[in-house]
Design a protein around this ligand. Structure first.
Ligand SMILES: [Zn+2]
Length: 72
C-alpha cells in the first residue's frame, strides 16, 4: 500500500468520525428547535439545555400554555 492510500483512508475515517459526532450532537439536542416556532426568534441555549424538546421561546411558550389553559 502506498502512502497516498493511507492519507485517503485517514481522511475518510476522519470525515466519518465527524458525521458520527454531529449525529450524536443532534440526538443530544432532542427534538427542540433552534428558533421559536411562533416568533422565529432564536431560542436561547440555556433554555434548550433546560428543555431540549422546546420548540418555542419562553415568552411564546408562556402564551401557548395560557391559551391551552383557557380553551381546554
Ligand atoms: Zn417566540
Amino acid at each position: 500500500m502506498d502512502e497516498k492510500f493511507h492519507e485517503q483512508a485517514a481522511a475518510l475515517e476522519q470525515s466519518r468520525r465527524d458525521d458520527g459526532l454531529s449525529a450524536a450532537r443532534r440526538a443530544l439536542q432532542g427534538k427542540g428547535k433552534a428558533r421559536c416556532e411562533d416568533c422565529s426568534e432564536p431560542i436561547p441555549r440555556e433554555r434548550r439545555k433546560a428543555a431540549p424538546n422546546a420548540v418555542r421561546c419562553i415568552a411564546c411558550q408562556t402564551i401557548f400554555e395560557k391559551r391551552k389553559g383557557t380553551y381546554s
